[in-house]
Design a protein around this ligand. Structure first.
Ligand code: HEM
Length: 419
């Protein structure tokens, strides 16, 4: 058995708070790319899959590696009824998943995103930059990166303006339950709270999001709008409506999927442009690099460190025998630095091509539905930053979220110089 550095074992969220343990992932990828971690505390043992090729293989075999059996996050939910109660689109297998996805997927096609969102996102990014950049000094997360995605999500779901900040905070609390700033209700116990095991992420914020969705449903009943939530209320699976619980879960997943991840990508973009001024200049001088720069930001940021699958049969992967019921963690953060796929993977290169990053997943049925919208938000922001600024400098510490799931930045103080 190879020696694996200990910090990746118990997956302590604090490890990631101080920075991503890339050196550990390098060792795992090189020496034991499908590595078994022994059980720790209440957490079952699990396989860490760290190579690009293996993450793709797991993702593309949904019948062998289920999203539904144990859900898609690291947490082990003891009671199967709670697994079912918390099942979102992303945690659903087979035909039911296809039907659920189809209810809103027409809103996310490239043509629909282009037609429906380009002008809105351009105006939003322009006005956000107008106010954020005025003093030359700003917290880029709070004043810029947080504003754009929640406004887009609010429009997508038809949410009242006054509720959007609350929903963003609930989303943060739910997915970063060990972070003292985001999740004061659960951070003291270090993460998920078993008293809330029947709610998303075993979080009181999951309960609050469900209650919010219940209220929205009652308010919209008989009075649907053109938003995606109304579409979910009227959509059918197997000739029936979604159950209230399915709707609650769809809603709470979209709140997180459509907001936090894009905020993180934008935050890492700004940090990367500040730390790599030469790359910022390259983009400014050659705007045709914008599509490649957007993909590099996505690879560099990898907002979700991992997702989980559960084996439904005995199967071999990377020379290891995986057994029915084993938990399998796919490390996107590691796959996106795999030197077999990315030349000089630790270099931020706005002209990188090809760039087969797995930031939106390894492909197949669950591939991120909102990827086009996220790409539009990121590309528009990069373009306008390059048009308006000559430089971005960090002026203080970058504060990271305490989470082994999300690659969040809570604070990013910067100084900018205008053209
Ligand atoms: C940079 C931003 C984003 C990142 C990094 C991201 C990442 C991901 C990943 C890794 C998955 C799972 C793929 C898998 O299991 O194979 C996923 C699924 C999903 N994402 Fe995103 N996402 C982002 C933005 C968005 C946005 C803006 C929306 C919607 C407004 C969205 C909606 C979804 C949905 C609905 C799913 C579930 C798809 C399914 O299970 O069929 N995402 N995303």
């Amino acid at each position: 058995m190879k020696t694996v550095p200990p910090e990746i074992g118990p997956l302590d969220a604090r490890t990631f708070e101080n920075g991503i343990p890339y050196a550990t992932f390098d060792i795992l990828r090189r020496e034991d790319p499908v590595h078994w971690h022994e059980p720790a505390g209440v957490q079952a043992g699990y396989w860490s899959v760290t190579r690009h090729e293996d993450v793709v293989a797991v993702t593309r075999a949904p019948e062998t590696f289920s999203s539904q059996v144990g859900g898609t996050t690291m947490e082990d939910i003891a009671d199967p009824e709670n697994v079912e109660a918390r099942r979102t689109l992303i945690d659903t297998d087979g035909d039911l998943h296809t039907q659920m996805r189809r209810i809103i997927s027409p809103r996310f096609t490239p043509a629909a995103v282009h037609k429906g969102w380009t002008t809105f996102v351009e105006e939003l990014v322009a006005s956000t930059l107008d106010s954020a950049l005025v003093d030359g000094e700003l917290d880029a997360v709070e004043q810029l990166c947080a504003v754009i995605p929640i406004t887009v999500l609010g429009e997508l779901l038809g949410l009242p303006h006054e509720d959007r900040t609350t929903l963003m905070k609930l989303g943060d609390e739910m997915i970063a339950s060990g972070d003292p700033d985001h999740a004061p209700r659960t951070a003291s116990i270090g993460g998920p709270d078993v008293r809330f095991a029947g709610y998303p992420f075993s979080s009181p914020a999951g309960k609050d999001l469900w209650e919010y969705a219940d209220g929205l449903r009652k308010h919209r009943r008989g009075n649907p709008g053109h938003d995606a939530f109304s579409l979910l209320m009227t959509g059918q699976v197997d000739g029936r409506d979604l159950t209230p619980r399915e709707l609650d879960n769809y809603f709470s997943m979209l709140v997180v999927a459509g907001n936090e991840t894009t905020r993180m990508a934008l935050s890492h973009a700004i940090q990367a442009l500040a730390e790599n001024p030469g790359e910022f200049q390259r983009l400014r001088e050659d705007p045709s690099l914008l599509p490649l720069a957007t993909e590099e930001v996505l690879r560099w940021a990898t907002p979700l460190h991992h997702f989980r699958r559960t084996a439904t049969r005995d199967v071999e992967l990377g020379g290891k025998q995986i057994r029915t019921g084993d938990k399998v963690i796919m490390w996107y953060i590691s796959a996106n630095r795999d030197p077999e796929v990315f030349e000089d993977p630790y270099r931020f290169d706005v002209g990188r091509s090809p760039n087969r990053h797995l930031t939106f997943g390894g492909g197949g049925k669950h591939f991120c539905l909102g990827n086009g919208l996220a790409r539009l938000e990121i590309a528009t922001t990069l373009r306008m930053l390059a048009e308006r600024l000559t430089s971005i400098e960090l002026t203080g510490p970058v504060v990271r979220t305490r989470s082994n799931l999300t690659n969040g930045i809570k604070s990013l103080p910067v100084r900018v110089r205008h053209v």
